[in-house]
Design a protein around this ligand. Structure first.
Ligand code: FAD
Ligand code: DLZ
Ligand code: SF4
Length: 514
């Protein structure tokens, strides 16, 4: 029998457009997919994240078979499951005459570097193909970044807009501005009529996977009840379509708003699907652009949405490969506090944190401002250890892979890189949360009080953070105003806040009820 080529598809490469598939002849070659312990437990992923990935993998396996591919799919509890992608590939190679292996570049540094060792260990030529789930390849980002004094998403984004001719009119940005962010910061001060998110009833495949997760991953964080994600490309396209029809119009205006009991707001909920290849970035961008052209949605919403995908998503991915592995161990602010139990759902009086953790546990989702300005802001102000915070974010969100999680956590929220990703730390007092949400109205703490046992902890932690890191942050141009305020503040008042912060952080270390 003639030797065959083998294409290995990873669990987040669920697209017929994947480059590695282009190298094989489906009439004679082979494709491998495997649900393996190593990938499912390198961190203890949220139950819904595992259920989503396994169910989407199994549905994509059906698509591959319908397309005529010769697929070798291993389920998690199959007897011949060897527990890792490498061991699974080895077993297949031992049993078949394989001439060459093709795999699209793994999105995480960890797995990519593992796969780089396989050719030698397996004794079969292995080609790493480009990861076409992104519009900019690593080399393009490197070319843009090399030699720049500062990397800023905004400039990278403008280049991407120009290069791909997106939201342009005669070469100029539509609406006369590149960025409409100033119009995208409304607080949720009136009664909002937020459309319900798109939901799908689990089919038999999803039900099997849910039972598997309940059996095998019962000790993992998160609720498995009410699993309603899309698990096929067709369903993911419905999520995108309904976002464009019902939510995009208000997406911009309320992009930064948080409302108790409304975890989904006007967001798109497409990150799960783009990150696993079920949707392409191009089709998300072009659907939004089309909505602007047809008058369905205003420019601030459309530009805001496109900037998240074409700007932030591409930028953080380029940033990840540019700064790995150093990014993973960076800790500019020397933060070492262990992650408190409240991130795992221990009760707290701090209503904003309580709500964001509760929704994360229920849905394996929180929207951007919850991740950034509540959960992230607290981690920054309290000086939580980057390793522990990164692991938490990688575990709890169904869209989390290190390439996107690490730059957002280390670069955006924890400032571990000293300002490579963000020009200043996203630190804020309770006033920001009060402006952008209704959490404070239901909180036992008072957001108006700056010190004392009733005061919102974000208030004194904020000033304590600025004092603790004065030597590192005062020289930052963008922090000049706030340090000038700090330097003029009454010393007694500051001392009270420092005392409150010390008491609070001590309680936090002991996981006391705070
Ligand atoms: P929308 O608000 O509708 O935005 C549209 C899309 O833009 C998203 O689907 C996503 O693909 C992209 N996007 C928006 N912001 C970012 C960003 N900062 N970085 C990269 N892409 C972005 N996103 C992930 O996909 N995986 C993660 O693990 C992840 N971790 C994060 C951790 C922190 C601390 C922060 C601050 C942000 C993180 N994000 C992550 C980015 C963002 O919060 C999520 O992409 C978004 O909440 C997903 O929901 P959505 O699809 O409804 O997004
Ligand atoms: C996240 C994940 C999980 C939970 N399980 C699997 C799996 O069993 N098999 C697989 O091929 N991929 C899985 N993945 C996705 C991989 O972890 C992902 O490909 C790498 O993290 C690279 O992004
Ligand atoms: Fe959060 Fe402070 Fe508001 Fe309470 S008062 S919800 S702790 S910001």
């Amino acid at each position: 029998m003639a030797a065959k080529r083998l294409c290995i598809l990873l669990g987040d490469q669920l697209s017929l457009r994947t480059e590695s598939l282009k190298h094989i002849d489906k009439s004679k070659d082979m494709v491998m997919m495997a649900e393996v312990r190593e990938e499912a437990t390198y961190v203890k992923h949220h139950k819904k994240k595992i259920a989503f990935i396994f169910s989407a993998m199994r549905h994509f396996a059906q698509t591959l078979k319908e397309e005529g591919y010769n697929l070798y799919y291993t389920q998690y509890d199959d007897k011949d499951n060897h527990g890792s992608l490498y061991a699974q590939a080895k077993a297949l190679i031992d049993a078949h005459d394989i001439s060459e292996i093709f795999v699209a570049k793994a999105a995480e540094y960890r797995l990519h570097h593992d796969i780089l060792t396989w050719q030698e260990k397996l004794g079969v030529p292995l080609t790493i193909c480009a990861d076409n789930r992104f519009m900019a390849q690593e080399a393009e980002f490197k070319k843009w970044a090399d030699g720049r004094k500062q990397l800023r998403m905004e400039y990278f984004y403008r280049e991407m807009r120009k290069q791909h001719n997106i939201l342009l009119e005669n070469g100029d940005p539509i609406g006369g501005k590149w960025n409409f962010d100033k119009q995208n910061r409304d607080s949720p001060d009136k009664q909002l009529d937020i459309p319900a998110p798109t939901k799908f009833e689990p089919d038999d495949i999803s039900k099997d996977v849910i039972a598997l997760v309940e059996r095998e991953f019962s000790s993992h964080f998160g609720d498995i009840q009410d699993f309603h994600y899309a698990v096929t490309r067709e369903q993911a396209l419905v999520v995108l379509k309904e976002f464009i029809e019902y939510r995009l119009e208000d997406f911009g205006q309320y992009q930064d708003a948080m409302v108790q009991g409304e975890p989904w707001m006007y967001h798109s909920h497409v990150s799960f699907y783009i990150n696993t290849g079920l949707l392409s970035v191009q089709e998300c961008i072009s659907a939004a652009e089309q909505a602007y052209i047809s008058g369905q949605a205003p420019i601030n919403s459309v530009e805001g949405f496109i900037r998240q995908i074409l700007g932030w998503r591409e930028y953080v991915r380029g940033f990840y490969w540019y700064f790995m592995p150093a990014l993973k161990t960076s800790n500019y602010l020397e933060a070492h506090r262990k992650l408190p139990d409240l991130y795992w759902g221990a009760d707290t009086k701090m209503n904003c944190l309580k709500q964001c953790v509760k929704e994360t546990k229920e849905n394996a989702y929180a929207h951007h401002i919850q991740r950034l300005m509540v959960l992230g802001n607290f981690a920054l102000l309290a000086g939580l250890s980057p390793d522990e915070v990164n692991e938490w974010y990688l575990i709890v969100y169904a869209d989390a892979y290190e390439w996107v999680e690490l730059p957002n956590v280390s670069g955006m929220i924890l400032f571990t890189d000293g300002g490579k990703l963000a020009s200043k730390p996203y630190a804020a007092s309770g006033a920001y949360i009060n402006k952008m949400s209704n959490y404070c109205q239901h909180c036992e703490y008072s957001v108006k009080e700056k010190s004392g046992h009733q005061a919102c902890p974000f208030n004194y932690l904020y000033w304590d953070f600025l004092i603790r890191h004065k030597s590192k942050l005062q020289k930052n141009q963008r922090m000049a105003m706030i340090y000038s305020t700090l330097n003029k503040m009454d010393e007694k008042k500051l001392a009270h806040m420092q005392d409150d912060a010390a008491v609070f952080l001590n309680k936090l270390d002991n996981n006391d009820y705070i």
